[in-house]
Design a protein around this ligand. Structure first.
Ligand SMILES: C[S@@+](CC[C@H](N)C(=O)[O-])C[C@H]1O[C@@H](n2cnc3c(N)ncnc32)[C@H](O)[C@@H]1O
Ligand SMILES: *[C@@H]1O[C@H](CO)[C@@H](O)[C@H](O)[C@H]1NC(C)=O
Ligand SMILES: *[C@@H]1O[C@H](CO)[C@@H](O)[C@H](O)[C@H]1NC(C)=O
Length: 627
C-alpha cells in the first residue's frame, strides 16, 4: 500500500544449503519472504530417459524442514531454470513438461502463495498452456511472471556497431519483453492469478515503456544487488533515476525482491534502503488521502434522480474542499455582474437552488450574497423528502424568510416567480450521466430571459485504456439473474490506478444551460479517432467531465486540468467485452451514443477500427438511467 511506511521486501536466494537457517537469517534482516527453487538444484531429474531416470529417492527436500504456515506465507517457489517446455527438441520438451508438472504439484502440495517463472525468450506458448490448465483446475498459488523491464539483448545491441538502424528496430521488436509477457498472458486469458515480477534493468527504458509496464498487474519489482551503488559511508543506494522509477511504481502496491549476492557487507542494508525510499513517498493531496482503499474498486454510478441519496452520501459530498467554494465564487461573480453598486440597496435577485440536497449550495449562495453585499431571495427545491427535513430545519433555525424550501421534483414545480440565477449540481462523473440536462430543461421555463444557469455548460471526455486489473474486476462481477453480458455493458465509477492511457483524452458530448434550442433534444452521437502510439491492449474507456460554472470559473476531473483537491467525482469506466490488441500507429475508432426514451436514458458504444466489434448495451438492455 502506498500509504504504509515500509516496503514489503523479499530476498531471492540462489541456493539454500540450510533452508531453515537461511529463512531465519532473512527474517532477522527484516525481509518479509524469500524466493527459493521449488526443487533443489542438486536434484536435476531426467524423467523420460537418460542416466538419472531410474535414480531412486526423493526429488527434493522434505516439507518437514519448515512448518506449513512458513511454506504458506514466507516462500515464493521458483521453477527450475533449465525447464524448456517450449523447446523444439521433443525429447527435451517432454522431459521438461514432466519436471514442470512435478514442481507445480509440489508447489500446490506445500500451498505456496506464489510460484515464480522466468520468461527467457519470446516463445512461451506451451508454458502458458500448462499454467492455464493449472488455473482451470483450481491451483491456489499466484504465478509471478519474471521478466526484464528491457531485454539484456536490446542493451547489448545498442553497443554494437555492425548493425544498422532498421536491423536494430527489428531485433528490438523480437526482444521486446513486453511482447513476451503480452503473448504469454493472452494465452492465459488475462487470468487474475497472473502477476508480473519485473526486473529493473540498469538502463531505464523510455517513459512510454515504463508507463506501459505500470498499466500491467505488477506484483513485484526485482532489484539485483548489482543495480546498487555505494555511498560515501559504504551503504547501498540507487541512482536518482532508479529511485524515481521505484517511487513512481510504488503507488501500485508493489513488493520488492532483492536478488543476487550481497555486495555491501550485510543483506539487511538493501532492505533498510528500500524502507528509506518508502518513507520519502508522501501523500498529502486530499484526493489521494480520500481515495485510499478505493483504488481500482468498481462502484455502480449513483442515480440520484431515481433513488434517494442517503444521509452519509450527502455528508461525504459536503466534505469536498473545492466544489462549494467554486460555486460560491461563481454566484458571487454573477451577483456583481447583475447588480451595480447604485442598485445594491433596492434590487433583490431571485436564486433557485434546484436539487438542493441538505443545503450546501444554499449556504454558498447566502455567503456569496453577504460577501458581495448584494441582496438575494432563495428557493431551495429538493425532491428527496428526507433531505427536505434537513433543509426545513435550517430554514427555521438559521435562514428565516430569505429562503423558501420546496419539496418537489423540479420538473413538476410551479414556481411563483421567475429566477435570475438557477443553481444546480446534478453532475455525474461523465457530466450528463445523472440526467442534469433533462432536469434543468424541465425547470428552465422559470428562468428569466436574461437569467443565468450555474453551471453554464458541461462536457464529457473519453480516453482509451489498458488495464487487465479492471478487466478482471469486471469479469468477476457476474450476477445470476442478469444478462450474461450485463457487467460488460455497464459503466462503473472507479478511482483508476493500475492502468495505461493509450492516447490523449478527447471531448465527447457537450450540454449548455439554459438550452435555447427551438426543439430540445438531448440525444447525442459522436465518433472519435484515437492515434495509438505503442503496441498495447485495449480493455475499455475512461470517462471524465469538466464544467464551466460561470465565465472562467470551472470544475474539472480531467487528468490534465483536475481541480486541485476536489474529490467529489472519480472517473467513470466503460468496459468492452473482449480485449483488443492494438499496434503502434493504429487508429482506434469508437462510437458513442446517448439515447433516450420516455422512461430512460442510456449509452451505447462500439469499436469499429482497427477491428470491428459488437455494439455494447443495445437498447439499454444492460444499463439505463431512469427518468
Ligand atoms: C448530486 S446531489 C447534490 C446535492 C447538493 N446540492 C450538494 O451539492 O451537496 C443532487 C441532488 O439533486 C436532487 N435532485 C435530483 N434530481 C432532482 C429533481 N428532478 N428535482 C429535485 N431534486 C432533484 C437529488 O435528490 C440530490 O439531492
Ligand atoms: C458559508 O458560511 C458558513 C458560515 O459562515 C460556513 O460554515 C460555510 O463553510 C460557508 N460555505 C462556503 C461554501 O464557503
Ligand atoms: C478553470 O479554472 C482554473 C482555476 O481557477 C483556471 O486556471 C482555468 O483557466 C479555468 N479554465 C477555463 C477554461 O476557464
Amino acid at each position: 500500500m502506498s500509504s504504509s511506511r515500509r516496503a514489503s521486501c523479499g530476498l531471492d536466494l540462489c541456493s539454500a544449503t540450510d533452508l531453515r537457517n537461511s529463512l531465519h537469517m532473512a527474517s532477522e534482516a527484516g525481509f518479509d519472504f524469500i524466493c527459493l527453487s521449488i526443487v533443489h538444484p542438486r536434484f536435476k531429474r531426467e524423467l523420460i530417459g537418460g542416466k538419472s531416470k531410474n535414480r531412486t529417492g526423493a526429488f527434493t527436500r522434505s516439507d518437514l524442514i519448515l512448518s506449513s504456515s512458513d511454506w504458506n506465507n514466507l516462500i515464493v517457489g521458483k521453477l527450475s531454470p533449465y525447464l524448456a517446455v517450449d523447446s523444439e527438441d521433443t525429447h527435451f520438451r517432454r522431459q521438461s513438461e514432466e519436471a514442470l508438472n512435478q514442481e507445480l504439484m509440489y508447489a500446490a502440495h506445500l500451498c505456496l502463495p506464489a510460484v515464480m517463472v522466468t520468461l527467457r525468450g519470446p516463445k512461451n506458448t506451451n508454458l502458458a498452456r500448462i499454467l492455464q490448465s493449472k488455473f482451470q483446475s483450481n491451483s491456489t498459488y499466484q504465478v509471478w511472471v519474471h521478466v526484464f523491464m528491457e531485454s539484456p539483448a536490446i542493451t547489448a545491441m545498442q553497443q554494437r556497431s555492425d548493425m544498422n538502424e532498421s536491423e536494430i528496430a527489428l531485433e528490438k521488436k523480437k526482444n521486446d519483453t513486453w511482447h513476451w509477457w503480452n503473448s504469454f498472458r493472452s494465452v492465459c486469458n488475462f487470468d487474475k492469478k497472473l502477476g508480473l515480477a519485473l526486473e529493473v534493468s540498469p538502463d531505464i527504458p523510455p517513459d512510454e515503456v515504463v508507463s506501459r509496464w505500470a498499466g500491467e498487474p505488477l506484483k513485484c519489482l526485482v532489484l539485483p544487488t548489482s543495480l546498487f551503488l555505494t555511498n560515501k559511508k559504504g551503504y547501498p543506494v540507487l541512482s536518482r533515476p532508479h529511485q524515481a522509477l521505484i517511487r513512481s511504481l510504488a503507488s501500485l502496491d508493489v513488493q520488492i525482491v532483492i536478488s543476487g549476492n550481497d555486495k555491501h557487507g550485510n543483506i539487511r542494508y538493501y532492505h533498510q534502503y528500500m524502507d528509506h525510499i518508502w518513507q520519502t513517498i508522501s501523500h498529502v493531496d486530499p484526493l489521494t488521502v480520500y481515495a485510499r482503499g478505493y483504488e481500482d474498486y468498481l462502484q455502480c454510478p449513483l442515480q440520484p434522480l431515481m433513488d434517494n441519496l442517503e444521509s452519509q452520501t450527502y455528508e461525504i459530498f459536503e466534505k469536498d474542499p473545492v466544489k462549494y467554494t467554486e460555486y460560491q465564487r461563481a454566484i458571487y461573480s454573477v451577483l456583481l455582474d447583475k447588480i451595480s453598486l447604485e442598485e445594491k440597496d433596492q434590487k433583490v435577485l431571485i436564486v433557485m437552488v434546484v436539487g438542493a440536497g441538505r443545503g450546501p449550495l444554499v449556504r454558498a449562495a447566502l455567503n456569496a450574497s453577504q460577501k458581495a453585499d448584494r441582496k438575494i431571495k432563495v428557493y431551495a427545491v429538493e425532491k428527496n423528502p428526507n433531505a427536505v427535513v434537513t433543509l426545513e430545519a435550517q430554514q427555521e433555525e438559521m435562514w428565516g424568510d430569505q429562503v423558501t424550501v420546496i419539496s418537489c421534483d423540479m420538473r413538476d414545480w410551479e414556481a411563483p416567480e421567475k429566477a435570475d440565477i438557477l443553481v444546480s449540481e446534478l453532475l455525474g462523473s461523465f457530466g450528463d450521466n445523472e440526467l442534469s440536462p433533462e432536469c434543468l430543461d424541465g425547470v428552465q421555463k422559470f428562468l428569466k430571459d436574461d437569467g443565468v444557469s450555474i453551471p453554464a455548460s458541461y462536457t464529457s471526455y473519453l480516453c482509451p485504456l489498458q488495464s487487465s486489473k479492471l478487466y478482471n474486476e469486471v469479469r468477476l462481477c457476474k450476477e445470476k439473474d442478469k444478462h450474461p453480458l450485463h457487467h460488460f455493458e455497464t459503466p462503473y465509477v472507479v478511482h483508476l490506478q493500475n492502468r495505461l492511457e493509450l492516447a490523449p483524452v478527447q471531448p465527447l458530448f457537450r450540454f449548455d444551460h439554459p438550452n435555447r434550442d427551438e426543439i430540445i433534444d438531448n440525444r447525442r452521437y459522436k465518433c472519435l479517432n484515437f492515434k495509438i502510439s505503442q503496441d498495447c491492449v485495449l480493455h475499455g474507456f475512461s470517462g471524465f467531465f469538466d464544467s464551466i460554472l460561470y465565465k472562467d470559473i470551472n470544475l474539472s476531473i480531467l487528468p490534465e486540468t483536475h481541480s486541485k483537491g476536489m474529490f467529489s467525482w472519480f472517473p467513470i469506466f466503460f468496459p468492452i467485452r473482449e480485449p483488443i490488441h492494438l499496434k503502434a500507429g493504429d487508429i482506434l475508432e469508437v462510437h458513442f451514443w446517448r439515447l433516450c426514451n420516455r422512461k430512460n436514458v442510456w449509452y451505447e458504444w462500439c469499436v469499429t477500427s482497427p477491428v470491428p466489434g459488437p455494439l455494447h448495451n443495445p437498447n439499454g438492455r444492460s444499463y439505463t438511467i431512469g427518468l
